[in-house]
Write a protein that binds this ligand. Structure first.
Ligand code: KPL
Length: 292
């Protein structure tokens, strides 16, 4: 089912990273990358060992066997509409947050895999054009109803062969909330203070990390979302450490004057707070201090 060409929609840092790494395997037949301004025929990627590689990409066909949606959360549905895919084309969603995933899982007429990834990449600031793979992470993937396990296994195996460690799972909903918690802490704080992720490990920013994690822990307990094995604070700290050299996607957006994923990341937490009548002053302040 996924043996034919794959298409990556969205040429941001993650889209370019996934396309460049997948171009190193023959598994997908060919890999194409479609950005806002059309198809890219190559990507320059700095690998985690520091070496620069240029990967050649295919021209997009009308009927890809799988589409990796790597746009920002707020652009995903529009990008899919413009791509004019065959009905039923399987999707893999890489978006942060928890907004577009439940919507597309309900409305898209084909399998929808969702991914929670800790791969860290950023685009070099202009005039440079390359993408830096700042930290190797792990990608968990599955569908929200846990009915496409075989597809998830195949896609995870292909990503892993391409050097992007991935596993299929049957609890992707929970893992998306875990990833959302990480993004709700790291992204707004790094964007507001204009620092790399690693700066959040130490004072003065570590105190804000602590406070946000405490509110998130309270919310998740009320919503009966199980904590990661390290606990909420431990998990956020582990990602801060693993991605210390990265600029968060929200910081990249703010620096480039682009819209941010504030609503996909923070609004679901504020909605949970409303549902459970919990006060979350720090998260609410974060939402209001972050440009949309
Ligand atoms: O997902 C990320 C992002 O920047 O959006 C993290 C994991 C925080 C890495 O920077």
């Amino acid at each position: 089912m996924t043996a034919g060409p794959w298409l990556v929609l969205g040429a941001g840092a993650l889209g370019q990273l996934f396309a460049a790494r997948l171009a190193t395997t023959n598994d997908t037949g060919s890999i194409a990358l479609l950005g806002r301004h059309g198809a890219l025929n190559q990507v320059r990627l700095q690998e985690t060992d520091g070496n620069w590689q240029t990967r050649t990409l295919a021209y997009p066909t009308m009927a890809p066997a799988l589409v990796i949606v790597a746009t920002k959360a707020f652009d995903a549905e529009q990008a899919l509409k413009q791509a004019q895919l065959a009905p039923g084309t399987p999707l893999l969603l890489l978006q942060n947050g928890f907004s577009v995933q439940p919507r597309l899982s309900t409305h898209w007429p084909g399998p929808v895999l969702c991914a929670a990834t800790t791969e860290a990449a950023y685009r070099q600031p202009p005039p440079a054009t390359g993408v830096v793979h700042a930290a190797a992470g792990h990608t968990w993937l599955g569908d929200l109803a846990a009915t496409h396990g075989a597809l998830a296994e195949t896609v995870a195996a292909t990503l892993t062969r391409a050097g992007l460690a991935a596993s299929a799972c049957d609890d992707i909903g929970e893992r998306l909330w875990h990833k959302l918690a990480v993004n709700a802490v790291i992204n707004p704080l790094t964007a507001r203070h204009r620092v790399h992720n690693g700066a959040l490990a130490a004072p003065p920013f570590s105190a804000e990390v602590e406070e946000l994690c405490a509110e998130i822990a309270q919310l998740m307990a009320a919503a009966q979302i199980s904590p990661p094995t390290e606990g909420w604070r431990g998990w956020v700290s582990a990602v801060i450490e693993a991605t210390a050299g990265n600029r968060s996607s929200m910081l990249q957006d703010v620096l480039a004057g682009r819209p941010t994923e504030r609503d996909a990341i923070l609004a679901p937490l504020l909605a949970l707070a409303d549902t459970h009548a919990l006060a979350v002053p720090r998260l609410r302040a974060c939402y209001h201090a972050t440009p949309g």
